[in-house]
Write a protein of this length. Structure first.
Length: 72
């Protein structure tokens, strides 16, 4: 199914433009941190955070955040 610009809402058009700009900037500039080493302390912290989230000690389920913020 083909959708024309005239068939999109303003919000959809803004989202499309933002996405397109972001993609083009990434294509042109790339990731400035790509290839750089990650410090051992940062790796360890990220691993601890991941484990805490998996154990339910950190984070909040998306559906709870949506409900709490009234985004349903």
């Amino acid at each position: 199914m083909t959708v024309t610009v005239a068939q999109t809402t303003k919000a959809e058009l803004v989202e499309l433009i933002e996405f397109s700009i972001e993609q083009k900037l990434l294509e042109m500039l790339g990731d400035p941190d790509e290839g750089l080493p990650i410090r051992k302390s940062v790796q360890e912290r990220l691993l601890r955070q991941k484990q805490a989230v998996s154990a339910g000690e950190r984070g909040e389920p998306l559906d709870e955040v949506v409900r709490r913020l009234g985004l349903e």
